[in-house]
Ligand binder design. Sequence first.
Ligand code: CDP
Length: 226
Amino acid sequence: MSKQPNIIAIDGPAASGKSTLGERLAKHFGYLYFDTGVMYRAVTWAVLHSSCDVRDEIAVTKIAENTQIEVLPPSAACRKYDVLIDGRDITDEIRSPEVEAMVSVVSAYPGVRRAMSLQQRRIGLRGNVVMVGRDIGTVVLPEAPLKVYLEASVEVRAKRRLLEVKQRDPQMSYEEVLQALMRRDEIDSTRSVAPLRPADDAHIIHTDNLTIEEVVRKVIDLSRGV
Ligand code: CDP
């Protein structure tokens, strides 16, 4: 790679370290950090707060097409961003166990994906962006000059996620977190549209035995063609 990549795509399964890596890279390069999972979580929240059944694909798709999701700079130091739906702040609620349990079901609907990836692509094509998700390198921004796919064993991912979740919900057990991750992995990787998988030209990094600093360093080296 001769010059700095203007679009960096990061994909991988839940709790593989995508968002921490994405944020660090965005800071390093002075780029926008964009976490696409937030949009799927926001749509799921909207569905759960409507009278519509999550299994009703047509109704869920309509909600995805008609709901205005805004991701804004954070209003509090403890946040990475504010997420608003039709003006209401739902930043904390999109991490609830209810959203967590249903987000993969909602994200598997082709119409929901179409609505979300169109918006994501528009933002990504402006450039100077680190975009994080499941299908960024394969579907949303296949032209990204640098694609990274993070892998980690499900046990390591569950331990990482438990540490985060414990701050909000001290009752949560390792086993519950592990089961929820495995359920989401299964749905995300077997759906018919945009399943979770590395792009053919993605750099795959296995992070079980790496610190976040080591992962960040590896990707910065990749960006320089090292
Ligand atoms: O933070 P974590 O990795 O647990 O999940 P997330 O990135 O917030 O994504 C939540 C869910 O949204 C995933 O399990 C997928 O079902 C869906 N998602 C997707 O389908 N495509 C994306 N580009 C991003 C997220």
